[in-house]
Design a protein around this ligand. Structure first.
Ligand code: COA
Length: 659
């Protein structure tokens, strides 16, 4: 199978120097501009399962007109091609604005994902503090590696494995900040490696500066950091915060921009905000709750803070360590994709737990109390004016409502994982995406525009494009899979459905390969639309067509967020009547986080999660029926057959690779 060989060869080809992230950046190719005819053809294929036939015919006429050699499409494509030669990544700014910076929705739930790590057990306050200090010290080690360009270049796995990937996002996660704007937000990037660096500690709605280096930029030791945190925790007990100013960052972006302008009129507030903006990250030390949190509660805690207001949502990374052992993060999404954030968090988690010689559960975390190197610096606020007080009250009520409205279901699917799917010679990601379509169809009887993040990091400054899961082939399978018997529907595990399943997963895989190879249609269409604006042209008919709105209305927003540890990342739906679905395939299980809004009467995370489970089981049964040899469960053979197991596994893999 070429996938495997390429992986090894490429790693070997990258010599010591070119494995350095920054040096390697320059060698990456630029994002190509896809072929216009191919994009338009694929656009129509995407529209077909989403709209009635009459509407489709109208859209087809509009697209055909756009596509003629003398049509607007050709003019726009030519301009786009010209523009692309002048940029390292022609789509980056347009994409960033469209996806994040012009989105006016509040960051928690709507944009910032949360990540939940295995729960810790802190036997004392000191253990909690020590763990938090170790976390900060590990983040600084990671940051040093970044600053000194020692982070190894990521190499793609899975589809088109072996290619070196763009590392730019890694450089953003510990240095950036999103500033709210009335029209559009902006990103700040601080280059702070040579001066004194600091974190911000949020505790009981108060903010403190946690210095992690001295004035020359020399790192404090782990013990020094732990002692500083201890002093902060003590200081937090002695003052009652007025106002929970951090809650302002959970407002809609335009309101927050307005509130911020007002807040910054006072120099004291300006100084405090400056310190937050230029920090490496936030460390949110959440105080105990009445009851111990389960994983769903922890996911809520990571995504919106569970009404604790102990957050500052504009800061790219907010590490969260709860006194009750809850552990994870919240991150502002415009700076990076989840993959880079997971890499950072898992490496830190691995290092902390390795150093403690534990597996993430029990910790001997008591450190001796020693003299603190610096006195904790509390951020001071003047928030007594009417406007700020009103905004804080508004934000508190809105965030509370948002938290109650967030309907999250975590589905631990344990019947099988990606190894079973691989043995069917099917891409696990494509298989899961088809399962999501079948589940949606089962609940609603139709398909909807679906977003799946596809990494474009094979190109310089690449972020993501969209793999559209609502295909004609998935619809055909969904319609054929269940037949009406009396009042209910019964699944049909016949050869035709197996063939349709293969076809649907094959198209999904083809679309994945197109998107990760820079031939995704979403960025291309966005580019054509934006270049028309730049040329001062009226909105081309293709973009004013109602089908284009349907195409861009993502009732299902999905992405694979794989982790090595037993952690998961989750996020909210992007439209009021939609779902956010993240999934994390492990070898023998898959974790799904299904999110929707309780305010919408037509959605239910529980219902969709049940349908996902049911359809995955159905798909497994279908494969078992028609792919018997591949489906055999190799792991279930007794130990006496060990040699046979190894050989049969190799044989099956060899066979898969040949096809
Ligand atoms: N038969 C057998 N095995 C197969 C197969 C087939 N037909 N097709 C793929 N596989 C194997 C792959 O080789 C890979 O093996 P590995 O586990 O040994 O690496 C594994 O199955 C997984 O491959 P696949 O399921 O096809 O997915 P992928 O790993 O290529 O991932 C995307 C696909 C789209 C998720 C990925 O390209 C991507 O873009 N990821 C980024 C998503 C992102 O940004 N998420 C965060 C959003 S905030």
């Amino acid at each position: 199978m070429p996938r495997r060989k390429m992986k090894t060869k490429q790693i070997l080809e990258l010599d010591q120097d070119s494995r350095k992230a920054l040096l390697h950046q320059a060698k990456l190719p630029s994002l190509p501009v896809p072929d216009l005819a191919e994009t338009l053809e694929r656009y129509l294929l995407c529209i077909k399962p989403l709209v009635p036939e009459v509407q489709f015919d109208k859209t087809k006429r509009i697209v055909d007109k756009f596509a003629t050699p003398s049509g607007i499409g050709a003019t726009l494509q030519e301009s786009l091609l010209k523009k692309s030669t002048k940029y390292e990544n022609w789509s980056y700014d347009w994409w960033l604005e469209d996806m994040y910076l012009r989105n006016k929705a509040p960051l928690p739930v709507n944009s910032n994902p949360g990540m939940v790590l295995p729960k810790m057990e802190f036997k004392s306050e000191n253990a909690w503090i020590t763990f938090s200090g170790k976390l900060v010290a590990e983040v600084m080690k990671y940051k040093r590696n970044l600053d000194e360009d020692k982070l190894p270049v990521d190499i793609a796995r899975g589809q088109l494995a072996g290619q070196a990937l763009c590392m730019r996002q890694y450089f953003h996660i510990l240095s950036s900040y999103r500033v709210p704007g009335r029209e559009m937000d902006t990103q700040l990037m601080s280059k702070n490696s040579n001066r004194q660096q600091h974190f911000i500690v949020a505790i009981a709605n108060q903010f403190f500066v946690l210095y992690v280096t001295d004035k020359l930029g020399i790192d404090f030791t782990e013990d020094e950091i732990i002692n500083e945190i201890r002093a902060i925790v003590d200081a937090a007990k002695h003052e009652n915060p007025r106002g929970s100013v951090g809650v302002l960052t959970s407002l809609g972006r335009s309101e927050w921009a307005d509130a911020r302008d007002n807040l910054l009129k006072k120099q004291m507030n300006r100084n405090s905000v400056d310190l937050i903006e230029t920090s490496v990250a936030l460390l949110c030390l959440d105080c105990p709750t009445a009851t111990s949190r389960n994983e769903t509660d922890m996911a809520h805690q990571m995504i919106h803070g569970s009404s604790s207001y102990n957050r500052w949502f504009d800061k790219t990374i907010q590490f969260v360590v709860g006194r009750d052992g809850s552990f994870g993060l919240n991150y502002e999404h415009s700076a990076a994709e989840g993959i880079a954030v997971i890499h950072l968090m898992e490496e830190i988690f691995r290092n902390i737990t390795n150093n403690l010689h534990l597996d993430g559960k029990e910790a001997e975390l008591d450190t001796p109390h020693t003299q603190c190197v610096v006195t904790p610096e509390r951020l001071r606020w003047d928030v007594n004016d009417t406007k700020t007080s009103r905004y804080i009250e508004l934000a508190r009520t809105a965030l509370m409502k948002m938290a109650l409205n967030f309907d999250l279901k975590i589905l631990r699917f344990t019947h099988y994982g990606k190894e079973f799917i691989k043995r069917q010679n099917i891409s696990p990601d494509a298989f899961i995406q088809v399962a999501l379509q079948l589940a949606f169809f089962q609940v609603y009887g139709h398909l909807v525009s679906t977003y799946e993040s596809a990494s474009t990091r094979r190109y310089r400054h690449g972020r993501v494009d969209n793999i559209r899961g609502a295909t004609i082939q998935a619809l055909e399978l969904a319609r054929s899979l269940r037949t009406k018997k009396g009042g209910s529907r019964k699944a049909k595990l016949d050869a035709r459905n197996m063939m349709l399943l293969r076809r649907a997963t094959k198209v999904q895989t083809d679309n994945t390969i197109a998107a990760i190879s820079g031939r995704g249609i979403d960025c291309h269409l966005l580019g054509l639309r934006q270049i028309a604006k730049e040329l001062g042209m009226p909105e081309p008919e293709i973009f004013a067509d109602p089908s284009f709105d349907i195409f861009n209305y993502f009732t299902m927003s999905t992405s694979q967020v794989p982790t090595v540890s037993d952690s998961f990342m989750c996020y909210g739906a992007v439209v009021e009547d939609g779902y956010g679905v993240s999934y994390n395939p492990h070898s023998h299980d898959i974790t799904f986080c299904v999110a929707s809004f309780r305010s919408c009467s037509s959605t239910s995370s529980d219902k969709l999660a049940s349908a996902i489970e049911e359809n995955l089981i159905l798909m497994r049964d279908l494969c078992r029926q028609w792919n018997r040899r591949r489906s055999s469960s190799l792991g279930e053979i007794t130990s006496g057959d060990a040699i046979t197991i190894r050989h049969s596994r190799e044989r099956i893999e060899d066979k898969c690779f040949e096809i």
